[in-house]
Ligand binder design. Structure first.
Ligand code: 5MM
Length: 338
């Protein structure tokens, strides 16, 4: 019987990870315009359908996070998108947050909205075939951020969301993202992420969320983008693993990292390094957006009718990340795949 525990385990199954294709239309417009393709509904579907029907998707991708527009679209063979993914052996998921708004009285900070009417929307998404959901909170780092208010209010919203989703028999992906931007060092990222995760689990437990039926989607522990410091995979892995061990309860079946602006190869290498030293029962996998789609998007932009080339690039990227879930990726394999 399909229940939230089995779905969560399937999402983080060794060798597989999640494709985050849930860009809202605003973000998708930026992505498409960066490669000089107009962001029309047809183009958004065409690129996404090309990825979803790639020949090796079932080997490396456990689930796809969709956006509201996409889950309601019809593929070129007449199937709805969730049916199409099921046929390719991939679990359909859906982003259910309604995006970021300024956090009142907390300058430069954001809180995620979307709880109003969420249970009604979930009924519709379940009927359309979604079996997991996603909600993303963001936290920025500076000398004064994140504030206690941002940490508490986002954790509260994430926990309310997760409880409502489990009540609708779906698996919530809980995504607290500490952003890479800033001149902070890796130690500061560790400390902020630890506080954020700690408060998230505090709230999840208060809200009676079944931790065996969630997937955590956190950031890795990295130096700030403007710090001028290079991230060494070994240090990223040690600090990330330590932070997870100290702040994530054992019941959580799996952790699917976001890429957060790392390059495709960095995101793979860091995941690989984490899995090489993983001495826990947590499954560590990927739930990447940009780090799975960037090269595929560049290839697609060269000729939007050449599906095969786009799919080859996407399958190769997925395969590299699949190897990283076993700690079996290396640069030689990367060069070969390229
Ligand atoms: C795919 O991008 C998602 C966000 O889109 P919006 O900002 O338009 O809502 C995002 O939530 C994504 O799922 C995660 O941040 C992971 O993506 P990256 O690119 O960081 O791996």
């Amino acid at each position: 019987m399909e229940n939230i525990h089995t779905i969560a385990l399937a999402m983080v199954k060794k060798g597989k990870g999640i494709l985050a294709a849930d860009e809202s239309n605003g973000t998708m417009a930026k992505r498409l315009e960066s490669v000089k393709i107009p962001s029309t509904e047809a183009n958004r579907l065409s690129f996404r359908e090309t990825l979803f029907t790639s020949p090796k998707i079932k080997n490396f991708i456990s689930g796809v996070i969709l956006y509201d527009e996409t889950i309601k679209q019809t593929a070129s063979n007449g199937q709805n998108i969730a049916e199409l993914l099921n046929e390719y052996g991939v679990i359909p998921g859906i982003k259910v947050d309604k995006g970021l708004v300024p956090l009142a009285l907390c300058k430069e900070e954001k809180v995620t909205e979307g709880l109003d009417g969420l249970n009604q929307r979930l009924l519709e998404y379940y009927k359309l075939g979604a079996r997991f959901t996603k909600w993303r909170a963001i936290y920025n780092i500076s000398n004064i951020h994140p504030s206690k208010t941002a940490i508490l209010s986002n954790a509260h919203a994430l926990a309310r969301y997760a409880a409502i989703v489990q009540d609708s028999k779906m698996v919530p992906i809980v995504e607290p993202e500490v952003l890479m931007d800033g001149s902070h060092d890796i130690k500061k990222c560790y400390d902020v992420t630890a506080s954020v995760l700690n408060e998230c689990f505090n709230q999840l437990i208060i809200h009676k969320v079944d931790l065996k039926g969630i997937v955590l989607k956190p950031n890795m522990i990295l130096n700030g983008l403007q710090s001028g410091k290079k991230n060494e995979a070994k240090e990223v892995a040690e600090k990330t693993l330590d932070c997870i061990k100290k702040n994530v309860p054992h019941d959580v079946p799996g952790i699917a990292f976001l890429s957060g602006g790392q390059t495709e190869v960095e995101a793979t290498e860091n995941l690989n390094s984490i899995n090489k030293i993983n001495d826990t029962k947590f499954m560590f996998t990927f739930s990447y957006g940009r780090a799975l789609q960037k090269s595929a998007l560049n290839t697609w932009a060269k000729n939007i009718n050449d599906k095969k080339s786009v799919q080859n690039v996407f399958d190769a990227r997925s395969e590299m990340n699949s190897l990283a879930t076993f700690g079996k990726w290396n640069l030689q394999l990367e060069k070969k795949a390229a």
